[in-house]
Design a protein around this ligand. Structure first.
Ligand code: M6R
Length: 533
């Protein structure tokens, strides 16, 4: 029997002392989440009891105290849970009750995997696949204990029932398959992944979603999308698509902001959450708020059975397979693909798109596979160019319309894995402030699609060039003012240009990161899924 937790502490520096498990005389604990009242709780004990700076450690000292009072380990654990506020997935073991693992869940993901003669805990399916055949997805506010023979789940002091669900048996997608990095593999596999994302969801003149009832959009006038990070960028992209293709007003919110702004929620809006992991704490809590307010909810998610999927009224899975690189790539393109399909679907069910336009869009969707295929010449060119972009005092990624969210995403990718300062801007915003930063050491990565507002973007890039910014233009057209030009293939649809340029910015950030000698898959200070706020 053992417990462990591979993440560094949320409080204090990432040192070994602050890493879990934390121990006291009688107990050892691992915890994912934040104990918000730990400062208050700590006051009961003398400061020299604490070895770490974490919020977590207070729980083992509380356990000792309650065990002293009750002489019963389960009662002591229950009292610990009653005392703590915040979000948690907790596992605790004690020498006082050998062979038992105590657990509690609120806000943070926790599930139990079972196999003959073995019991596991994890925060998602991925680590359990191959070890356990069934899983129990614990609900918030449940707690209990397991032994090798029994699983006991409680809520509000009462024992409660649970359901076991079958787990997937294969995890073959989580291998590097000959690539040096997971991120690299995930960039290359997008062409196949996106084919899976689309599979069965279109015919030549219709978008089909088996997961949504025909009347799902009845009464829905507006859409609010809520997400974090890359998923937020996919949401922003979708807001342009929903406006154009379905004539639906769409608001996009960053989940951590949305939660605390006392948002105005109306019954005629659909609340869409986007999340690769399905476990992002802020997105999950925003979803719960929307549900509580009585809104219809839809999740765009990559992980079936995740907390967000379980909480939503309906889900469209992105089918990207397990994404291991912390910097999201294939999950982003799969989210955008599902959202593009969804915009068409809404346009179709609300009769807001002509059959002719719908057919054109579907035809373009059929070409995603081609434009996301990594061309080795392009890769080599980006590899060679990347050596010129390892310094400087910053990067501007700029684009207009659909290419503004892509600029944000490009900048996020670069900063995550290169640790260089990068910002994404709408090209038209330059003269409203950012242009003041421009000199030859400021690198502009200009997204200049031919099919959407080319002339407007071009004149914005000219302004930057006139101030001596080093310009790397990503475009299918020749452009004299570019210091470097990464040429994309010509297409006839802005979304196809979007996907082509997405591949370029993903590879560019990866090549820069490799040259800088960084850990591409596990960048410093970041975690793959952010289950604390
Ligand atoms: O799992 P989620 O999509 O909800 O995660 C949201 C963000 O934490 C995530 O997209 C993050 O920004 C990535 N590291 C970006 O590469």
């Amino acid at each position: 029997m053992g417990i462990g937790h591979t993440r560094w502490a949320t409080h204090g520096k990432p040192t070994e002392l602050n890493a879990h498990p934390h121990s006291s005389m009688n107990a050892h604990v691992v915890h994912n989440g934040i104990i918000e009242n730990y400062g208050e709780l700590k006051k009961e004990f003398s400061e020299n009891k604490f070895l770490s700076q974490t919020d977590t450690e207070v729980m083992v000292h509380l356990f000792d105290k309650f065990f002293e009072e009750t002489k019963d380990s389960f009662q002591a654990f229950e009292k610990v849970i009653e005392s703590v506020d915040g979000a948690y997935a907790i596992l605790l073991i004690t020498e006082k009750d050998d062979g038992k693992i105590f657990f509690a869940k609120k806000g943070s993901p926790l599930q139990i995997g079972t196999e003959k003669g073995e019991v596991f805990f994890a925060s998602s399916d991925a680590p359990l696949i191959g070890l356990a055949s069934e899983a129990i997805y614990l609900e918030d506010n449940t707690y209990g204990y397991v032994t090798i023979d029994e699983i006991k789940v409680f809520e509000n002091g009462q024992e409660t029932t649970f359901v076991k669900k079958a787990l997937a048996t294969s995890k073959f997608t989580a291998q590097k398959e000959g690539f040096t990095f997971f991120m690299e593999k995930e960039i290359y596999e997008q062409t196949n992944v996106l084919n899976d994302t689309i599979l069965g969801r279109v015919d030549s003149e219709k978008v089909l979603f088996d997961e949504i009832d025909d009347d799902f959009f009845v009464g829905i006038e507006d859409i609010t999308i809520c997400a974090c990070g890359t998923s937020y960028h996919a949401g922003l992209t979708a807001s342009y698509l929903f406006g154009r293709l379905a004539k639906v007003k769409t608001t996009v919110e960053i989940a951590s902001e949305f939660r605390y702004k006392d948002p105005v929620l109306r019954q005629n809006e659909l609340f869409v959450v986007i999340s690769q992991s399905g476990e992002t704490a802020d997105t999950l809590e925003a979803l719960k708020m929307a549900k509580k307010a009585g809104l219809k909810t839809l999740a765009i998610c990559n992980v079936d059975n995740s907390s967000i999927v379980r909480e939503s009224d309906a889900t469209l899975l992105t089918r990207a397979g397990i994404e291991k690189g912390v910097a999201s790539t294939k999950a982003f393109s799969a989210q955008v693909t599902v959202l593009w399909l969804l915009a068409l679907y809404v346009g179709q069910v609300k009769n807001r798109i002509s059959l002719e336009d719908l057919k054109k869009e579907i035809k373009a969707i059929g070409k995603i596979k081609d434009v996301t295929k990594v061309d080795e010449n392009l890769r080599n060119r980006i590899h060679r160019l990347s050596k010129r972009y390892l310094h400087g005092h910053g990067f501007f990624f700029i684009g207009r319309d659909l290419f503004f969210p892509l600029a944000l995403e490009g900048a996020l990718k670069l900063k995550e894995i290169s640790y260089l300062h990068a910002e994404g801007y709408p090209s038209g915003e330059m003269k409203h402030g950012p242009i003041a930063l421009v000199d030859s050491e400021l690198f502009t990565i200009a997204l200049m699609p031919e099919t959407l507002l080319y002339d407007k973007t071009r004149s914005n890039v000219e302004e930057l060039s006139a101030r001596d910014s080093t310009i790397c233009a990503i475009t299918p057209t020749d452009f004299d003012l570019a210091d470097d030009l990464i040429k994309t293939a010509k297409t006839n649809h802005p979304m196809l240009e979007f996907f082509e340029m997405m591949i370029v910015v993903q590879i560019l950030s990866m090549e820069i990161s490799i040259r800088l000698g960084n850990d591409v898959d596990m960048p410093r200070n970041l975690a793959k899924s952010v289950t604390v706020e």
